[in-house]
Design a protein around this ligand. Structure first.
Ligand code: IMP
Ligand code: MG
Length: 175
């Protein structure tokens, strides 16, 4: 299968938006220590860029949630990576690549709440609100998009395309 890609957001426009988000986050957490939790794998590129634009000290940790059956939407999520820092009393910012149905985000929030953080906020680079099945919204959103499947800047199609600097819309075509 050939990947047919159409440009959506350039690396430069992503960088500009990351700077804007980082400013807001730095202001909002100016007096509170912040723990970033990047959602593996897609959130790592965004988290790496975002943290370097923040003007406040942060810690970095990771979480990975895997759905047993994405198509089935049973809500069955397994955590294959968990943060190693103690999270009780911490201010957590979950850093996601994309909010789609919201199933993953809801599971992550529910799981992290069990650790009794002082606060829990969410930052997503991309948001597809038209696809939402679960009542969840991010506190910080890079770009809101329509019902498109996108790759690049950490986002993949079957593990392909994560390394691309720009974000593209994917059309699947038989080669
Ligand atoms: P959810 O449907 O909100 O639970 O999203 C689950 C995961 O699906 C996201 O974290 C992404 O890894 C993946 N995903 C959703 N939409 C896209 C897309 O357009 N491109 C690449 N991955 C996506
Ligand atoms: Mg994926």
């Amino acid at each position: 299968m050939e990947l047919k890609l159409t440009p959506l957001f350039s690396a430069a426009s992503i960088q500009q938006r990351v700077i804007e988000l980082a400013r807001r986050i730095s202001d909002d957490f100016a007096d509170r220590p912040l723990c970033l939790i990047a959602v593996l794998k897609g959130g790592v590129v965004f988290a790496a860029d975002l943290m370097r634009e923040l003007t406040i000290p942060v810690t970095l940790d990771f979480i990975r949630a895997r759905s047993y059956d994405g198509a089935n939407s049973t809500g069955q999520v397994k955590f294959t990576t968990m943060p190693t820092h103690p999270l009780a009393g911490q201010n957590i910012l979950v850093v996601e690549d994309i909010l789609d149905t919201g199933c993953t985000a809801v599971s992550i929030v529910e799981r992290l709440r069990q650790e009794n953080p002082a606060s829990l906020a969410m930052c997503t680079l991309l948001d597809k609100p038209c696809r939402r099945k679960m009542p969840v919204n991010a506190d910080y959103v890079g770009f809101t998009i329509d019902d498109l499947f996108v790759v690049g800047y950490g986002l993949d199609y079957e593990e392909r395309g994560r390394e691309l600097p720009d974000i593209h819309v994917l059309e699947t075509r038989k080669a």
